[in-house]
Design a protein around this ligand. Structure first.
Ligand code: NAD
Length: 434
């Protein structure tokens, strides 16, 4: 199969690399020429475990190519994937300008029959709109079929997820096109679910909304645990053993972030509002999350009173471990509040520092190790559960900090350990120590 992919972000590049790895001939297109230049030299523009190695391997095998010229990639493709961004607009709805641009570029470039597959997360009805855009501008002799194939990979384990996903959803307007896309994915050996276009689009939003709901639910239970003297770790374990609930996604913390949950929950609220069905449950999920993202800051204010003039270490910047993605990272919300209160911030992240610098500039200091960030600090905020941070011995906090006062948003340490080290330790949904 000759496959082209529009967009080489977290989804497009991983998809391109993995499809090449199972034997397809893949050309990835991006309008960002700098990205294309980097990838053509075997350098991944994003951090994703295992990605660069697999990318190089498939480039060497001549199965994977990069270009900034859409015509070059689309003209002879049998299948074209759209994996461009769908960021949120000011009103929360999904901005479809990149998807529509890609559709127009496809229409103007194709010369043979082709299946266009949407991987981007798009509101229900968008695939029909993509079809309409392409039909308007394509050569009349070319047949175009549309397939919705939403992506479920997680940043930080994207390669693993592509090879070991729970399911592949293929929504199509006809059986023939669905079968071609199923065949392309066959080597992954993952169960395939076939639906119509609209159901496939809805599955993606419903899945993210459900996961976001689970997170806000457990965070609310954690907040109540603190007030009633229960321990969220025990409570989450206790409910997770019920098979109807399941043990996953029950870790209380400082809320969800990243490029998907925040925007997709808001887009679904918009979508449901547009069909006159206000999604009140999801609105509450979003409200709870906005509060939870700054809960560590609120706890610090409660403990310290004024934070003015204090020195804070922020451990972890990325929205989750094993990624450099800073989109909607809770660290940003916490840091902005600390800076507004006159706190001096030194942050450490093993991978996301460069991307964080682009957003925060020199308003904070950046450390190259957790120890350096903690040196002389009055407060420490544990924000991202990177291995380097989770495995940091508590003795390091005791030794490095001016006053060992820790606000742990990821419940990394056992309470009795914190007690043993004589630390003041405040976490989520558990009693405060010290
Ligand atoms: P991204 O922002 O990392 O990458 C998008 C890329 O598309 C950019 O490199 C951009 O330059 C390129 N682009 C824009 N217009 C283009 C065009 N006309 N032709 C070629 N390239 C173009 O985005 P992402 O995180 O990979 O997300 C892509 C889509 O997948 C979104 O709809 C997102 O919601 C969805 N998704 C993302 C994830 C994730 O974890 N990141 C998971 C599942 C689904």
């Amino acid at each position: 199969m000759n496959i082209a992919i529009a967009g080489t972000g977290y989804v497009g590049l991983v998809t391109g690399v993995c499809l090449a790895h199972i034997g397809h001939h893949v050309t990835c297109v991006d309008k960002d020429k700098e990205k294309i230049a980097k990838m053509s030299q075997g350098i991944s523009p994003i951090y994703e475990p295992g990605l660069e190695e697999l990318m190089k391997e498939n480039m060497d095998a001549k199965r994977l190519h990069f270009t900034a010229n859409p015509k070059e990639a689309y003209a002879n493709a049998n299948v074209i994937y759209i994996a461009v961004g769908t960021p949120e607009r000011e009103d929360g709805s999904a901005d479809l300008q990149y998807v529509e641009d890609a559709a127009r570029e496809i229409a103007r470039s194709i010369a043979n029959d082709v299946i266009v597959v949407t991987k981007s997360t798009v509101p229900v009805g968008t695939n029909e709109r993509i079809k309409h855009i392409i039909e308007m501008e394509k050569p009349p002799y070319v047949r175009v079929d549309i397939v919705s194939n939403p992506e479920f990979l997680r940043e930080g384990s994207a390669i693993y997820d592509t090879f070991h996903g729970d399911r592949i959803v293929i929504g199509a307007e006809n059986e023939e096109a669905a079968n071609v896309i199923a065949k392309i994915n066959e080597p992954f050996g993952i169960p395939i679910i076939k639906t119509d276009l609209r159901s496939a689009e809805m599955i993606k939003y419903a899945a993210n909304a459900f996961l976001a709901t689970k997170i806000s639910f457990i965070n609310e239970i954690a907040n109540i645990c603190e007030k009633v003297g229960a321990n969220i770790d025990d409570v989450a374990y206790g409910i997770g053993q019920d098979h109807r609930i399941g043990p996953h996604f029950l870790r209380a913390g400082i809320g969800y972030g990243g490029s998907c949950f925040p925007k997709d929950t808001k887009a679904l609220v918009q979508l449901s509002g547009n069909v006159d069905h206000p999604f009140e449950l999801l609105q509450s999920v979003i409200k709870v999350n906005n509060r939870q993202r700054v809960i560590l800051y609120e706890k610090a204010k409660q403990v310290c009173g004024s934070l003015y003039g204090k020195k804070a270490a922020v451990l972890g910047l990325a929205f989750k471990p094993n990624t450099d993605d800073m989109r909607e990272a809770p660290s940003l919300a916490i840091i902005e509040r600390l800076l507004a209160d006159g706190v001096r911030v030194t942050a450490y992240d093993p991978v996301a520092t460069e991307k964080a610098k682009a957003l925060l500039g020199d308003r904070i200091d950046y450390a190259s190790s957790p120890e350096e960030a903690l040196a002389g600090a009055d407060l420490a905020f544990i924000v991202t559960e990177w291995k380097q941070i989770v495995e940091l011995p508590l003795s390091v906090f005791a030794q490095q900090m001016a006053t060992p006062l820790i606000f742990d948003g990821r419940n990394c340490y056992a309470l009795d350990e914190a007690e043993k080290h004589g630390l003041q330790y405040v976490s989520i949904g558990r009693r405060a120590v010290g």
